[in-house]
Design a protein around this ligand. Structure first.
Ligand code: GUN
Length: 291
């Protein structure tokens, strides 16, 4: 039986419509949500992602600015700009698009962003809060995946969840979120010996490796929920995920497509985090706190 496809684009549009209402309420209360995105270099995929993030802000009424630096920029310039944005009371969110060029110490850049404005949820303080079960900002891609599972009323308690990929952006926070919902979580990675052994046990399989079409139908448990985080471009120019959708949909019960699955949800959760940051700012202004 062919799987049901989870329409990430439709869910993203629904959630963005609800966000527009929250943004209007904030504006009426005197707080205009604002996000600044920093892009360094000319990586083609990063440029597309950043453009989509800025367009998402425009759709929902969030003020956005994109600061674009050349790939050979002195990191001090970016650190100084982050310090200014941290101190600017009109800015709610700061996002530095990853990866950064080699002259940057990525973890130092992430540590420089105020945890209160870290709408990516990558600062160590926010990673710690998530791990301890009291998140302040949830990283956007795993947050979007959880919203999709919630929308589909997937009960995670006691389920076998297998994540392929151990990145700080997706794999590790995804594991923390699934664990918090009561799933038994396995993280597979490049050193995992028998990948198919693990994937075939998965009630919920999350693929986040960045290798086109590597998960095929015979690696999937019948009736599984398959979430494809990969966005890869084939030599033909076609976009595809880490999962071979055509074979996987014959075995899975629920599956996300690429494009139109997790991608639109990632942007939506970034907008959500920015609105949440602005709501906290608005509440602290109403309470008379210095800002
Ligand atoms: N590069 C790939 N995904 C992301 C993301 O979610 N946030 C940032 N800042 N960079 C990324």
């Amino acid at each position: 039986m062919a799987a049901v496809t989870i329409d990430g684009k439709a869910l993203a549009l629904d959630l963005q419509a609800a966000l527009q209402i929250r943004v209007q309420a904030l504006i009426q209360a005197g707080t205009r949500p604002a996000l600044t995105v920093i892009l360094v270099g000319a990586d083609a995929a990063s440029q597309v992602y950043v453009r989509n993030k800025v367009q998402g802000c425009e759709r929902t009424g969030i003020v956005s600015a994109m600061l674009h630096y050349p790939s050979d920029v002195d990191p001090t310039i970016v650190f100084d700009r982050i310090a200014e944005l941290n101190a600017d009371p009109a800015i709610d969110g700061i996002l530095v698009q990853l990866p950064l060029p080699a002259q940057f110490d990525e973890s130092a850049i992430l540590a420089a962003i105020s945890p209160d404005k870290d709408v990516d949820g990558f600062h160590a303080a926010n990673v710690g809060a998530l791990t301890q079960g009291a998140p302040r900002f949830i990283p956007c891609t795993p947050y979007g995946v959880m919203k999709m599972l919630e929308k589909e009323k997937v009960e995670l308690k006691g389920k076998e969840a297998v994540i392929i990929g151990r990145s700080n952006i997706v794999g590790k926070p995804m594991a923390a979120l699934l664990l918090a919902k009561g799933a038994t979580v396995t993280i597979c990675h490049s050193q995992t010996r028998d990948l198919a052994f693990h994937t075939r046990r998965a009630d919920v399989l999350v693929a986040a490796v960045g290798r086109p079409l590597m998960i095929t139908g015979e690696m999937i448990k019948p009736g599984a929920i398959v979430i494809d985080v990969g966005i890869n471009r084939l030599a033909s120019g076609r976009l595809c995920g880490d999962v071979d959708f055509d074979s996987a949909k014959e075995t899975a019960a629920l599956i996300t497509p690429v494009p139109g699955g997790v991608g639109p949800m990632t942007i939506t959760m970034l907008l959500t985090n920015t609105v949440e940051a602005a709501e906290r700012r608005s509440a602290s202004v109403q309470a008379g706190a210095p800002h």
